[in-house]
Design a protein around this ligand. Sequence first.
Ligand code: ADP
Length: 402
Amino acid sequence: MTAQQNILVLNLGSSSLKFAVIQPQSGHVALSGLAERLGNDARFEYKFDDQKHDIELANGAVHKDAISTLISTLEQNNLLTTLAGVGHRVVHGGETFSESMLITQENIEKLDQLNHLAPLHNPVNMEGIHSISELLPQIHQVAVFDTAFHQTMEDKAYLYALPYELYEQHAIRRYGFHGTSYRYVSQKAAQQLGISQSDSQFLIAHLGNGCSACAVKNGESVDTSMGLTPLEGLPMGTRSGDLDPGLSEYLNQQLDMTQDDIMTLYNKQSGLLGVSGISNDMRTIQQHAEKGDRRANLAIELFAYKIARYLGALATNLERIDALVFTGGIGENDALTRSLILEQMTIFGFKLDGERNQQNGDESGRITSDDSTLAMVVATNEEMMIAQDTQSIIAQLQDEGA
Ligand code: ADP
């Protein structure tokens, strides 16, 4: 093993920076952490050697300040010299990027042209790339896209039934997200079942704060629930998922809501939070449901029902279901939601094994009985996938002698 064995994985949100130093083969995390509330009352915390540390950031510190603090932290903990490269999670790769790519000047220019597709996300991701270029000019950087895995969808799946010119002239189509998670989980599920990925058919439900579902056939995404933006599809923590497009006009005309009000309603005030009126967090909602709160119960039931309905639709892309795979914070940990979804899908032959489900899966992840269509839990690991892509792109570069 060379000295440079680790990859720094960066995930920038609108006011946050998540980071991890990962050994790509083993998945070992040497250091990880989070800077939050950037631009405001920022805080920076990290874990190293099983110890948690807090660092004070100057008032108003922004992403670049947090990255600079991160680099000093890596230096102090003797990790900076172990880095082989930096992998960035980039939300939108449009139709330009169907796989992870090395950051070069030419690719940066192509990426800049995609900002209009994800104006809240991509420019922030670019800030991360530019900050690293300035602070660590020698290091190789790789971008890993949330959308890339879904570029295998056929046009009948990715097009909206809108005038075709909107696609041709403005790139308006469905892209899908959570692709890095689906790629990891579909590989891992095939491994755990001892089947070949090139002959596998999975339905995958990624249920976290953001939720989506995907049909993955022979290792490729055939269709997914998110669209041009992550708002389409399943209900989520605070997002509504699918709605009648006529609702926006109704809210505007009848309730006098502006475009901004309506988008805030759909993105920030709906989903589990909107229906329960309590929280966007499934654990909190379940605590209230157990005490008999009607809307908390309704939020859980509606969430499971609509997910089952979508999974049923996605199943029409498959010839068989090798497994329905649950992942994400809710998918991996919440026995109740999984059981409600499977009860709604008995037509597909699912029979829950209560004990396996309570344990979040047996040793191979199964939560169903032996005579059932298989459903299982697989823990996602997007950071590891980003680290592996980064490492393999850098290795290729070194092979080419660049
Ligand atoms: P993100 O999409 O932000 O990465 P996560 O994948 O961490 O989010 O998922 C967060 C969701 O997972 C929250 O709704 C949280 O309540 C839920 N969750 C985490 N652990 C459990 C648990 N043990 N039981 C039920 N829900 C859980």
